[in-house]
Write a protein that binds this ligand. Structure first.
Ligand code: NAI
Length: 303
């Protein structure tokens, strides 16, 4: 069994869903855990200290060490308090899991600046704030591990999620940048793109028998199935793994691609709009990507 004994892990959004299972699994592996959660709705409305406290009780009842924290990831000062809570409670911080999240789904033509900002603030800005707050500790101790939650809504695409997709793909670039900038201090940064049956995707309609059958299959994507990869990445066994994007769906683990040139054309005399139309585009078109959504790419049932 992999041990995280002596390590302190901050899990944001750990009051429910995937984050709760991260917190339970990290504690079961021996880590001290800061269970951060503002206890808000899927849309990010309201707050409740109950969920973070309840997860802490679960952990301490089974002999683990955890403290609750109800500061929001979405502001710089409060994000700093989350990291400070780890240092004050356990004397150090070793792992940051940027997991907190909300959704404000709208088709792009209806998306308000407020719904754009709210989602960017929690996902992209929140991931930056918490990661940046931990960076001086990681730098001075010359160790540290970041795990950020991304999504195939950003990596591939999805309808009605421009704010969320932009934030989630932005997080992969943030992770890669941290991996590059902090490699010299032995700090690692990786992303996990989960598929899990949580309240976030629990609103799918189940009116027809087909929809009911589909939802039953989706329920096999248990939130607890994401945690083993996170525990591994947090451990010293993953000390040479950084800058990667993994996906987890029930019993499947994927290594996701990262963008590289796919095909090129060149002309010694340069291009004109007309020669681009007549030569470059016909040569490149066969390699264009379809307007795929996540479900077009992950088109088989969870295993
Ligand atoms: P969830 O809605 O069950 O959990 C998210 C938690 O974040 C909630 O407990 C909420 O109170 C907390 N939270 C929201 N705003 C916060 C803030 N400002 N500060 C601190 N905590 C805050 O959702 P789920 O499904 O467990 O998602 C966890 C992560 O995984 C999210 O980043 C989500 O985008 C990502 N994800 C989930 C997928 C899925 O299939 N469930 C698919 C792709 C990505």
């Amino acid at each position: 069994m992999i041990s995280l004994a002596g390590k302190t892990v901050v899990v944001t959004g750990a009051g429910g869903g995937i984050g709760r299972d991260f917190a339970l699994a990290m504690a079961a592996a021996g880590a001290n855990v800061v269970v951060n959660d503002i206890g808000t709705s899927v849309k990010g409305e309201g707050s409740d200290a109950g969920p973070a406290a309840a997860v802490c009780r679960e952990i301490t009842r089974s002999g683990g060490k955890a403290v609750p924290n109800t500061d929001s990831v979405a502001q710089w000062e409060s994000a700093n308090r989350i990291v400070q809570c780890a240092v004050d409670s356990f004397g150090r911080i070793d792992v940051v899991i940027n997991n907190a999240g909300i959704l404000r789904d709208r088709f792009f033509f209806n998306l308000s600046p407020e719904d754009w900002r709210a989602v960017i603030d929690v996902h992209l800005n929140g991931s930056f704030y918490v990661a940046r707050a931990a960076a001086p500790h990681f730098k001075s101790q010359e160790s540290g591990c970041y795990i950020h939650m991304t999504s195939t809504s950003g990596l591939v695409g999805n309808l009605g999620q421009a704010n969320y997709s932009a934030a989630k793909l932005g997080i992969t670039a943030l992770s890669k940048s941290i991996a590059l900038d902090m490699a010299r201090y032995k700090v690692r940064s990786n992303c996990i793109s989960p598929f899990a049956w949580s309240r976030m995707i629990g609103s799918i309609p189940t009116e027809t028998p087909d929809q009911q059958a589909r939802v039953e299959k989706l329920k096999s994507m248990e939130t607890a199935k994401i945690a083993p990869l996170a525990v591994f990445l947090a451990s010293d066994l993953a000390s040479d793994i950084s800058g990667q994007i993994f996906a987890v769906r029930a019993n499947e683990i994927f290594l996701m691609s990262q963008s590289r040139p796919l095909r090129s054309v060149h002309r010694a005399e340069g291009w004109t709009p007309a020669s681009i139309a007549s030569q470059a585009i016909p040569a490149l078109r066969a390699h264009f990507y379809a307007l795929d959504r996540s479900q077009d790419v992950f088109s088989w049932d969870p295993i």
